[in-house]
Design a protein. Structure first.
Ligand code: ASP
Ligand code: MG
Length: 293
């Protein structure tokens, strides 16, 4: 088993999602994989903005929500077969209506808790992974959408929830025993002990992928992003920055703690515990770095 994760920029447009499906197809011929997806690029930020507008009593949140809806419906039209389109469009609309109800609530009561913000942010990954799973199905891949809230259990520290690894590992193992299809998983989200939606930290989909890799004892974890692996410095600031071909978990943890945005700091922990190598790959360019012992 390999676990792959694609971030927001890799799935920012329907064309990019199509190239992700093409990247993944060759894997399917010879090994089992699981794929974790982030929200479409920029969607999480927009969801936060929407909730801020609603909180401020600004009805512009409705217009922005329409844009979000339009963007996701366009992706459905581009990626999903005619036969399934109306079903998927209906499901996306139901989901957006649910989001609208919550935003209306925030607008009315003028209160937004960390708990409601997590719930609002969860819509990005839920919509993207669902639509992408339908995109795979339309390409003849036997795929299934997995809402990670079913199996990723956390505490109730909303916004930065901590993983209950014992419970989560058990639920992931059970789920995968019962579901043989390619699992298309939502990054970033989980459930609190009382069943509420939580998030595990901004940019946390990398961490979700590492949690699955560890629970499934994967042979490797591939983080697909939009830069050439781990670099010696931020290439926007340091012209001579170059890709590091290989580094230790420890080095990667340090770099990410000191601000390297390429990987979420906590990602290394579950991978390290099981000695699972992490590959950082560029969706737009085939260079990479490897992180291992
Ligand atoms: N969509 C979430 C965020 O923007 C998680 C992620 O992208 O990894 O923070
Ligand atoms: Mg990221």
């Amino acid at each position: 088993m390999k676990v792959l994760k694609f971030g927001g920029s890799s799935v920012a447009t329907p064309a990019r999602i199509k190239s992700v499906i093409e990247i993944v197809k060759p894997y399917l011929a010879h090994e089992k994989i699981t794929i974790v997806f982030s929200a479409f690029g920029g969607v999480t930020d927009t969801l936060i903005q929407l909730s801020t507008l609603a909180l401020q009593g600004n009805t512009d949140y409705k217009k922005q929500l329409e844009q979000i809806e339009k963007r996701h419906l366009e992706a459905v039209r581009e990626l999903v077969d005619m036969q399934r389109q109306s079903t998927v469009i209906a499901q996306v609309k139901i989901t957006i209506n649910e989001l609208e109800d919550i935003l209306n609530g925030i607008f009315l009561i003028k209160e937004r808790t960390l708990r409601s913000l997590d719930y609002i942010m969860s819509f990005g990954e839920r919509l993207s992974a669902y639509i992408i799973s339908e995109g795979f199905l339309s390409q003849g891949v036997d795929a299934e959408f997995l809402d990670a809230r079913k199996v990723v259990k956390t505490d109730n520290n909303f916004g930065y929830a901590k993983i209950d690894f014992t419970f989560t590992n058990k639920l992931i193992a059970e789920h995968f025993q019962q579901h043989q299809q390619l699992q298309i998983v939502t990054g970033f989200i989980g459930t609190s002990p009382s069943g509420e939606t939580t998030t595990i930290g901004r940019s946390g989909s990398d961490y979700t992928a590492a949690i699955f890799a560890s629970a499934l004892n994967a042979t490797s974890l591939e983080i697909w992003t939009d830069v050439d692996g781990m670099m010696t410095a931020d290439p926007r600031k340091v012209k001579k920055a170059f890709t590091v071909a290989e580094m230790t978990y420890q080095e990667a943890m340090e770099l990410s703690h000191f601000g390297a945005k390429v990987i979420f700091p906590a990602t290394m922990q579950p991978a390290m515990a099981r000695q699972i190598p992490i590959w950082i790959k560029n969706t737009f360019n085939p260079t990479f770095s490897r992180i291992r012992n």
